[in-house]
Design a binder for this molecule. Structure first.
Ligand SMILES: NC(=O)c1ccc[n+]([C@@H]2O[C@H](COP(=O)([O-])OP(=O)(O)OC[C@H]3O[C@@H](n4cnc5c(N)ncnc54)[C@H](O)[C@@H]3O)[C@@H](O)[C@H]2O)c1
Length: 265
């Protein structure tokens, strides 16, 4: 018996990075998965690779209609929805507030909050009617930036702190039928991009020179995580058998970054 046999999952941003690792892990544990991503190329690759176990659609998490279409496609194809995973996100490339240009700061705030916060709220809004039927659960990808400084500039860090608040409020509202939790990864080597408003839509975190060494040196564990390092935590939170008493929680998967660094030995 696998952890996710007979379970159906919808994930946003599942075409790349952390989301893709979660899709692979959930399929290996028996789940059927629907992915909404803005990239058609990513969706095509997933449908080919997972032949029947994963379906996808393109959509923008900032649109309620797109989120509702994703829920409808999931239920049409697989009959139910057990877990909604809000995961699509963008970054601000650690630009400090005083470094932001006045003529695009409004657009940068609007875009990053719209994807990282509104996208999760609208995804949950669309998924809740189906999750009520299955007594399912919601998992959001938060971040070490939901707790600490230094993993982004003020726009990204504020957006991920907002995700922590969303998890708690929503968990409180929809209990006892539905559990709501978060996974808070630390720096992870992915193609995480930035906002169009900042001209960073095509930037990729893993192409920043020296980023692997830089992130690794910020953590007591001393290395930078890969997407698959976090996937098992989503599995724990999605599983009623293993995580059924967890709600309103964020699980940190960040190399111990909040512990601080020891002085050089
Ligand atoms: N990489 C890190 O260091 C790190 C650390 C902590 C948290 N996170 C969070 O992890 C999540 C996943 O990011 P990742 O690092 O795997 O990056 P990624 O770019 O590899 O994956 C993000 C996916 O989201 C999709 N996406 C972006 N905007 C979208 C939109 N408006 N509508 C639909 N799909 C959209 C992208 O196409 C992509 O497939 C994000 O919420 C990010 O903030 C990342």
């Amino acid at each position: 018996m696998n952890w996710m046999d007979d379970k159906v999952v919808l994930i946003t941003g599942g075409g790349s990075g952390i989301g893709l690792a979660v899709v692979e892990r959930f399929v290996n544990e028996g789940a059927k998965v629907c992915v909404m991503d803005r990239s058609q190329e990513n969706i095509d690759a997933l449908e080919t690779k997972f032949n029947g176990k994963v379906i996808g659609l393109t959509g923008d998490v900032r649109s309620l209609a797109d989120n509702k279409a994703a829920v409808a496609k999931t239920v049409d194809a697989f009959g139910q929805l057990d877990s909604f995973i809000g995961n699509a996100g963008i970054w601000d490339y650690m630009v400090p507030l005083e470094g932001q240009e006045e003529d695009n700061i409004e657009g940068i705030c609007d875009e990053i909050f719209a994807v990282n916060v509104k996208g999760y709220i609208l995804g949950a809004k669309a998924a809740l009617p189906e999750l009520r039927k299955t007594k399912g659960n919601i998992i959001f990808t938060a971040s070490s930036s939901s707790f600490y400084t230094g993993g982004g500039g003020p726009v990204y860090v504020a957006s991920k702190h907002a995700v922590a608040g969303l998890i708690k409020q929503l968990a409180y509202e929809v209990a006892p039928d539905i559990r709501v939790n978060g996974v808070a990864p630390g720096g992870t080597l992915t193609k995480l991009g930035g906002s169009s408003a900042a001209g960073q839509a095509d930037s990729k975190l893993d192409e920043i020179p020296g980023v692997d060494q830089m992130i690794g040196s910020m953590t007591p564990l001393g290395f930078t995580s890969r997407p698959e390092d976090h996937a098992g935590i989503y599995l724990l939170l999605a599983s009623d058998q293993n995580g059924g008493y967890i709600t309103g929680s964020l699980i940190n998967s960040d190399g111990g970054i909040g512990l601080g660094m020891r002085p050089e030995q």
